[in-house]
Every structure is written in C-alpha cells, then in structure tokens.
Design a binder for this molecule. Sequence first.
Ligand code: GDP
Ligand code: IMO
Ligand code: MG
Length: 429
Amino acid sequence: MAGYVVVGSQWGDEGKGKVVDLLGSHTDMVVRFQGGNNAGHTVVVNGEKTVLHLLPSGILNTESLCVIGPGVVVNPFVLFEEIDKLEAGGLKCDHVRVSDRAHLLMPYHVYLDELQEARAGKNKIGTTKNGIGPCYADKYTRIGIRVCDLRDWDVFCEKLETVLEIKNEEIVKLYNGKPFDLEEMKEKFAAIRERILPMIIDASDKIEKALDADKVVLFEGAQANMLDINYGTYPYVTSSSPTIAGVCEGAGISPFKLDRCIGVVKAYSTRVGEGPFVTELLDETGKSLREKGGEYGATTGRPRRCGWLDLCVVKQACRINGLTDIALTKTDVLSGYEKLPVCVAYEIDGKTYDTVPASLKDYGRAKPVYKVFDGWTEDISSVRRFEDLPENCQKYIRFIEEYTKTPLCLVSVSPERDANIILRELITE
Ligand code: GDP
Ligand code: IMO
Ligand code: MG
C-alpha cells in the first residue's frame, strides 16, 4: 500500500501543483478528490508553465493514471477545454479518467454563482464564480446530475428537464435572470457526451485495486483547511472538504489505506476573496510580497491578499490532517526583508489563543502575536542543500518545524520542478 495525500495548509495557492507534479513522476495514479475548476494549480518544467484546474497535476507523467474522483464537481466543458489545450501543446491526455459518481457542474451552476454573488453585494464571498457552491448545494439537496447519468441519454434528459425547471424558476423569479433553453442545453451535452463516455470509471474500486497491488497513489487536494466547509472561516470558505477527511469521502477510500499526508505551506500567507486574515499586510510590504511572489490568482487573475506567515493556521492544518510532512514553498520570496514576523498566537480581548476561533466576530478582532526573525538578503533560488542556506533562513525554517512539531520534507526555492532542498525521502517505493 502506498497512499499519499497532498493538501493545502493555509488559504490555497501554497504550491500544491508543484509538489504534486514533483511526486507525480513516481506515481501510478494521481487523484483529485474534491473541489472543481475553482482550483488553479501551477506546474513549471524547464520554464514552461502549465496551469491545471480540473485535471490532476500529475498529468505531465503520461504513465500515471489521472483520476477525477467521485467528490469532484466536474464542468465537462472546462475539462475538454483543458484537455484540448494540453493536446494542442503536444501532450496526449489518454490517461485521464472521470468517476461515474462525480457530479456534473452545469451551466446554470456557473450562472447562479454569479447571480448569488451580485445579490449578496457587500456580503459576497468572493467566489471564483465557477459554480462550485451551487453545484455542491444541488448534490446535497439531491437534485444533482452525475457523470454516470450521461451513460443513459434518456435518463440524463429526464433529469435535466426536471432540474432545469426548478433552476429556471429560481433564476427568473429570484434573480430576474435569463432562463436556460432545455433543447439548447441537450444539444451541448449530446456533443460532449461522446467524448466523456470512454473516460468514465468506478474510481473508488480502481483506486482500491491499485493500492492493493502496491501501486503508488497520490491524492491531490485543492484549496486548503482555512477554506474547508467545516473548519475554515465559514461562510468565507469553499463548499467541500479539502482535508484528508475529504480523501476518504471524495475518493471512496478507507483512512487505513493512507500512509502519508504532506501539507504544503507557503513561507508567508495569501488569501483570495473575502474573509478574515489576521496577518494581512495592507501596506507597501504587502504589495512587495505580492509583486515578488507573483501573487495573482491562477484561476481568476485576482490580486491575492498578502501577509506574514500565520503558524496558528498551519498548526490547525497539522491537527486536522495529521500531517506527516510539511513541504515549504516560496521561501525564496522572503529574501531581502530586514525582519520577518511570524504569528505564533492570537490576542482577542486581552486573552491569547493559538487556535482559530469559530466565530468570525472573534476572529475578526484577533491581533497577531508575532515572533520576529532576522531576515537575509541572499538569493536562495539555486541552493539545493539545507546547510548552504543563509543562517537566518535556516532558523526561520527550523522554527516552523519546531512550532508545528511536523518534519519538513522539502523546501522549494523557485517555481521550477527541480528547485528544491529535499530533507526527507518523498516517495518510498
Ligand atoms: P496551488 O493552487 O497550491 O497549486 O498554487 P498556485 O499554482 O495557485 O500558486 C503557487 C504559485 O507559486 C505558482 O505560480 C507557482 O509556480 C509558484 N511557486 C511554487 N513554488 C514556488 C517557490 O518555491 N518559489 C517561487 N518563487 N514560486 C513558487
Ligand atoms: P487552489 O486549489 C485560493 C476561494 C475563493 C473564495 C472561496 C470560495 O488553487 O489552492 P469557490 O469558488 O470555491 O466557491 O470560492 O474560496 N478559493 C480559492 N482560493 N486557491 C484556491 O484553489 C481556491 N478555490 C477557491 O477565492 O474566497
Ligand atoms: Mg492555486
């Protein structure tokens, strides 16, 4: 058995794509288990950048099966756009499979996301407007349409007709929007159906068999614990479970089949969309982190909010996921700052806490308690051995390990696949 999990440990965009691609060259299967094309995972190989939204970031290894699992919400039009783009660039995508149980993210979900956000006004969540929330809502209301429904055209059309009536009523009556035409939508799906049918599998069974045959299976999380529907800053979260718990639910796998869980941690913090962010820097330093780190959304292009590293957030990721390893990314971006504050606790009404409070009213008032490190000036992007890092950089990194009581497996020092300091063997085959 070799079940590996990679999850985000802050607010997303930690560099999960890079870590999954790196590990992906040694895997037999890479599985997405939650979320949808709200994810934007970047992989850089020899200067060539690929951004993945629905496809697993193991896609560049054509020997490894890439599975879109049961817990994912699949916009099939986005899926084929992504595949077509990669194939036009010369990468064959015959190794992509889609779970029969995954829910289809429909055009009305995308439209409703937009309408809901517009109606919410100043209370908007700041979603990616890709229809993620409306699709998961339908799944739990039990009016979702699943990938397996495409196998039987009559079943699909019947379900679509019933649901579209409800959705159109909502669109017109509640939002004064433009309804969808049933026949037009059927036509669009008829065209795409032929392409998706050969890719459909019973993913849970396939993954279980691979694990039982001692294959290396890597589960790729999207988003992160602070965007988790249960443990994030609700309601400023996504609509799925981006943690290790999501793997069991969203891939149909027992927790006892998982061996290792790597949490990807950015050396500072970023957040896209609304919601509390205790260490946010609204000054020139925040701007400089954004520019130096290229902190613009891989999915929406929105500027990311930036701030110092918040270890209370990372500690929560360690606890919820039982992280066995931390992969630290973007350490190179911190070169050139005289002082590097790291948040080790929150102060709320004169009391200190090292956990994230549930109430946003409390969390919104939290002040960061910082431990301040001395910075370094050297460019570290070509360093490959820990002992060659500037001493202050070593101290900063070691403190993360000490505070979280979780060992680091790698320190990433540039977007490139091979630009890492490896501290622990990544895959033991
Ligand atoms: P993901 O959503 O977690 O996969 O992360 P994103 O791809 O949205 O954002 C991470 C960004 O940081 C991408 O542009 C990566 O190419 C880049 N990146 C990853 N690791 C490093 C690193 O160690 N240093 C620098 N400078 N950039 C990195
Ligand atoms: P990756 O996988 C960063 C954020 C959105 C918004 C909230 C809800 O690249 O790390 P949604 O569209 O999911 O309903 O939006 O979650 N969000 C992300 N932020 N990285 C992501 O994915 C995100 N996916 C969603 O900005 O605040
Ligand atoms: Mg991203």
